[in-house]
Design a protein around this ligand. Structure first.
Ligand code: ZN
Length: 454
C-alpha cells in the first residue's frame, strides 16, 4: 500500500501543478484524484498527526476562526496543517494533508486545524476522528443548498456519532448550537458574551431561527439579543437555559478595531483574564476570536504570542477587506445569507461617518438560485446609518432594488459592478462600502485590486 500512497501524493502534486498552470483552483482537484488513487490516504496521513485534530464547523465565520486558530498554534511553535483556502469538503480536506506530504508519503504535523462544511463532516469523519470540534453558529444558509437548519444538525450529529470522544467548543449564545451540543451527549466547553453590548447596533427586529425550545417546543424567552438568535435565552417550561459561559467576552469596545477582555471561568469563578486588541471590524468577529481563543486554551495552549496575530490581521478574500482607490476608502465584505447580511449591516452602522453603499447580488448556482432570502434581511436599518447613496448591481440588481423600495429606500441600478464602482468614486463621500454575495466576490475583489494599483 505504501506504493499507492506515494503514487497518490505524486498525483496530487501533479494535479495541483497543472490546475494552477491552467489558472484554476487546483486545491480540490488534487485531493479528489489522490483519493481515487489511494482511498485510505486521508486515514493514513491523519494518523501521523502527533497531537490533536481540530475541526471547525458552523454556518458563518468558519474560515476566519479556523485560520486564526491555526495561527495561534503556529505562534506556540506547533507544526500545523490547515485548509486555509476554505476548501472544506472531503476533497479539500484531503488536499490539505496530501499537499503537505513528503515524497515518501509522510507528513510532519503536530496539530491539524481543519474547516469542514457541515454537510461534509459525515464524509470526512470515516477517515479521521477529530479530538475537538469548534461550532461557531448555525444560521439558515442558502436555502437550496442546505434545506432547513434541522437537516444540517442531523448531518452534524451523524458525523459526531462516528467520533464519540470528540469534545465540542461551542458558541453558547446561539441557542441552536447550545441545544445541539446538549442533545449530542458530547462533552463541551462554551464561549459567549454574557451582557448586552451598548455599542452593538444590531437591531432587535431581525429574523430569529430557533425561537422554540428544542426540548419541549415551548417558546423561548430572551433577556436580550446580540443579533439573530444569539443572546441570553431560557425556556420557561422545561428549564433549558443558556449554559454557563467558560470563555466570556466583556468590556467590549468597537470604535477602533475590536477591544475586549476574555474572562476564563471554572465553576463560575474567573480564573484568568486576557485583554484582546484586534485589527478586526464587526461585532460578530468577537465570536470568531473567542472561538479560536477558547479552542486553543481548552487544548492547553498558553497563547502568550497572539497579540501580534490579532493586531496585524489583514482580512482576506473580501472579509472586511479595505482598498484605497484615489481618495476613496473602499471596504468590501462578503455576505452569503441573511444572518451574514444582517451582521454586515451592523458593521456598516458601527461606522457613524457618512458613506455610500453598493450591494451586489448574483444568483449563480453557488449563490443559490433562490434569492427570496433578501426579504429576511433587515435592509431597513440602512436608513439610520448615514448612508448617502445606494447603488444595486449584479445579476439580480432589480430584485435588490425592489427589496429596498419596500423599505422606502432609494437606490440606483447599475448592472455592471465596475461601472457601479466608477460611479461612486466621483462626487460621493470617499467612504464606500460594497456588500457582495458569493460569486460576485472574486470578480469584484480583483477589479478593486487593479483599480487600486492604477
Ligand atoms: Zn423547553
Amino acid at each position: 500500500m505504501a506504493f499507492r500512497k506515494v503514487l497518490a501524493v505524486k498525483t496530487a502534486r501533479f494535479v495541483n501543478f497543472v490546475s494552477k498552470k491552467l489558472g484554476k483552483q487546483g486545491v480540490t482537484m488534487a485531493g479528489k484524484y489522490a483519493l481515487k488513487v489511494y482511498p485510505n490516504l486521508l486515514r493514513d496521513l491523519s494518523k501521523e498527526v502527533r497531537e490533536k485534530i481540530y475541526v471547525t464547523c458552523g454556518t458563518n465565520g468558519k474560515t476566519t476562526t479556523n485560520n486564526m486558530l491555526a495561527n495561534f498554534f503556529i505562534s506556540e511553535g506547533k507544526k500545523v496543517i490547515c485548509n486555509r483556502t476554505g476548501s472544506n469538503m472531503l476533497a479539500g480536506v484531503v488536499s490539505a494533508f496530501v499537499l503537505e506530504a513528503d515524497s515518501k508519503g509522510h507528513i510532519d504535523c503536530d496539530v491539524a486545524v481543519i474547516e469542514i462544511d457541515e454537510a461534509s463532516a459525515r464524509r470526512v469523519f470515516p477517515h479521521f476522528k477529530p479530538d475537538y470540534m469548534v461550532l461557531t453558529n448555525l444560521f439558515r444558509d442558502q436555502l437550496d443548498r442546505y434545506g432547513e437548519i434541522d437537516i444540517t444538525m442531523n448531518l452534524l450529529n451523524e458525523a459526531l456519532d462516528m467520533a464519540p470522544d470528540c469534545e465540542l467548543i461551542i458558541n453558547s449564545d446561539d441557542v441552536l448550537v447550545a441545544s445541539f451540543a446538549e442533545k449530542s451527549g458530547h462533552k463541551y466547553t462554551t464561549f459567549g458574551i454574557s451582557e448586552p453590548c451598548d455599542e452593538n447596533p444590531a437591531s432587535t427586529t431581525e429574523i430569529r431561527e430557533g425561537r422554540f425550545c428544542m426540548f419541549c417546543s415551548s417558546q423561548l424567552e430572551y433577556d436580550f439579543y446580540h443579533f439573530s438568535q444569539l443572546g441570553s435565552y431560557h425556556c420557561p417550561k422545561c428549564g433549558f437555559k443558556h449554559p454557563q459561559i467558560d470563555f466570556n467576552a466583556t468590556n467590549i469596545s468597537l470604535s477602533k478595531g475590536l477591544k475586549f477582555t476574555i474572562e476564563e471561568k471554572k465553576d463560575g469563578e474567573v480564573v484568568k483574564t486576557r485583554d484582546i486588541d484586534a485589527n478586526y471590524r464587526g461585532f460578530y468577529n468577537i465570536y470568531n476570536i473567542l472561538a479560536s481563543y477558547s479552542a486553543a486554551r481548552y487544548g492547553g495552549m498558553e497563547l502568550k504570542g497572539i497579540d501580534p496575530i490579532l493586531k496585524d490581521f489583514h482580512p482576506e478574500n473580501g472579509r472586511m477587506e479595505s482598498f484605497k482607490i484615489g481618495s476613496t476608502n473602499v471596504l468590501l465584505n462578503l455576505a452569503k445569507n441573511p444572518a451574514g447580511f444582517n451582521q454586515n449591516i451592523s458593521a456598516v452602522m458601527e461606522d457613524d461617518s457618512d458613506k455610500d453603499l453598493i450591494v451586489v447580488i448574483n444568483d449563480n448556482a453557488q449563490d443559490g438560485r433562490d434569492i427570496s432570502w433578501l426579504w429576511d434581511v433587515d435592509f431597513e436599518r440602512f436608513k439610520g446609518a448615514n448612508v448617502k447613496s445606494i447603488v444595486v448591481s449584479g445579476l439580480r440588481a432589480y430584485d435588490m432594488q425592489l427589496r429596498f423600495k419596500y423599505s422606502e429606500i432609494k437606490s440606483k441600478a447599475i448592472m455592471d459592478v465596475g461601472d457601479a464602482v466608477k460611479y461612486m468614486l466621483k462626487g460621493h463621500t470617499d467612504n464606500l462600502y460594497i456588500l457582495v454575495n458569493y460569486t460576485a466576490l472574486y470578480s469584484t475583489r480583483n477589479m478593486l485590486k487593479s483599480m487600486e494599483k492604477k
